[in-house]
Design a protein around this ligand. Structure first.
Ligand SMILES: *Cc1c(COP(=O)(O)O)cnc(C)c1O
Length: 420
């Protein structure tokens, strides 16, 4: 199919040209004397994206799921109790992983479309006077439902209960896109993957551990080999890895961190918020509803859009893909067929999102959903116009296309306008 594929699943996200080029390189010796320069700077800058200075960063050749596993097995023992609210497919899968490692999970079932219930967590922890609960597992941004939870509120609840459990946070679809403050929120284990906000292919599981989490490692008895923090800490201390790292992924991560830090994390979050507000304006204009039950849960990285009764969201996704080359996210598990998702995280701007909104609108009409043609696009476009930053200054005047070239002679064709 000619033209671009419009990739709007919430992960993997679009990999920018800069990162693609940075990854396109020959392999090198990961035990060379030059290698530690790369590793040390990566571990250092990765912590900035998690907003931690106290924490220790880990880079595993894995995915977000590997990050979940690393966080749990390094800090807990089989039979340990952990508390976990469940409000979507990702919180469900993390709980399943914990159970398969022999942890006893106290599950708080929450309606899908809501987020972490800080008050319930406080009640349960307050009642646990023997401090049997060793950890609280929270998914910051539930990608299946487009719901963002308030991690600061969960930490406040744990503190109010004066409970020593560790706070584990899945930030796979939030870190690098939404505000995430590991130190300020006192998160003990923070987890992400490479293929969401970090704009890379899947292939890295990234974890930061607080000093308390590293101390818990001393008594944690879950078996671990590949994901052992100890082996990683030892090798990383000299700038190496305990096994072969993925060289392209590390160079890609280098470029990704540079891009995020150049834009500035505050600006990255503000951009995601503004783009997401445009998508929400489109959803309102279509007369549709988000899966997120209230504005306090709205996610700035993914919108899960409910189709009207009598329609199958899978048909919308299928038509969008086959007819318009647009990839939308599917409804997962109990939400299958009920909604489609627009991922709006990573390397995106207004016009890319308008393309996705237009494609979703066309596909919905194609399957018979009566949205007004152009309504979503118009609402989002007006939002973007109304909230646009002041025009950046024009670049310094370019030489006239007729001016002689430095080496003499004249250009054969006029030069293209200078782009920034
Ligand atoms: C994508 C995702 C995961 C799973 O990550 P994988 O990289 O597919 O293992 C976990 N949690 C959340 C919130 C996610 O969005």
């Amino acid at each position: 199919m000619p033209g671009r594929n419009f990739l709007f699943v919430p992960g993997p996200t679009n990999v920018p040209e800069r990162i693609l080029r940075a990854m396109d390189r020959a392999m090198e010796d990961h035990r060379s004397s030059a290698f530690p320069t790369l590793t040390a700077a990566l571990l250092h800058d990765l912590k900035k994206v998690f907003r931690t200075t106290a924490g220790q960063a880990f880079i595993f050749p894995a995915t977000g799921t590997g990050g979940w596993e690393a966080a749990l097995v390094n800090t807990l023992s089989p039979g340990d109790r952990v508390l976990a609210p469940r409000y979507g497919q990702f919180s469900h899968l993390w709980i399943d992983l914990a159970q398969r490692h022999g942890l006893r999970v106290d599950i708080i079932d929450v309606e899908w479309g809501e987020g972490a219930p800080a008050e319930r967590i406080e009640e349960i922890l307050t009642a646990d006077t023997q401090h049997e609960i060793k950890g609280v597992l929270v998914v910051h941004n539930e990608t299946a439902t487009g719901v963002t939870s308030d991690i600061a509120a969960v930490r406040a609840a744990m503190d109010a209960a004066r409970h020593p459990a560790l706070l584990y946070v899945d930030g796979v679809s939030s870190i690098g896109s939404l505000e995430f403050r590991m130190d300020e929120w006192n998160v003990d284990l923070a987890i992400t993957g490479s293929q969401k906000g970090l704009m890379l292919p899947a292939g890295l599981g990234l974890v930061c551990a607080s000093p308390q989490a590293l101390a818990a490692r001393e008594r944690a008895k879950c078996p671990r080999v590949f994901f052992d923090f100890g082996d990683m800490i030892k090798a990383n201390a000299t700038g190496y890895f305990p096994y072969t790292p993925s060289i392209p992924m590390l160079y890609g991560l280098r470029e990704s961190l540079d891009m995020l830090l150049e834009e500035g994390l505050e600006n990255v979050c503000a951009r995601h918020h503004r783009l997401a507000d445009g998508v929400r304006a489109a959803v309102r204009a279509w007369g549709l509803k988000l899966c997120a039950k209230a504005p306090r849960w709205h996610s700035d990285t993914v919108s899960a859009i409910l189709v009207p009764d009598g329609f199958n969201a899978a048909d919308v996704i299928d038509v969008a893909f086959r007819r318009y080359n647009l990839a939308l996210g599917a409804g997962l598990a109990r939400l299958a067929g009920k909604l489609f998702r627009i991922g709006h995280l990573g390397d995106l701007n207004e016009l890319m999102l308008l393309g996705a909104i237009a494609g979703a609108e066309m596909a919905m009409r194609d399957v018979g959903i009566k949205v007004t043609p152009g309504a979503g696009v118009a609402a989002a476009a007006e939002h973007y116009r109304g909230t646009a930053a002041p025009l950046p200054p024009r670049p310094a005047a370019a030489p006239s296309p007729d001016a002689p070239l430095p080496g003499g002679g004249k250009p054969a064709t006029p030069r293209a306008a200078v782009r920034t």
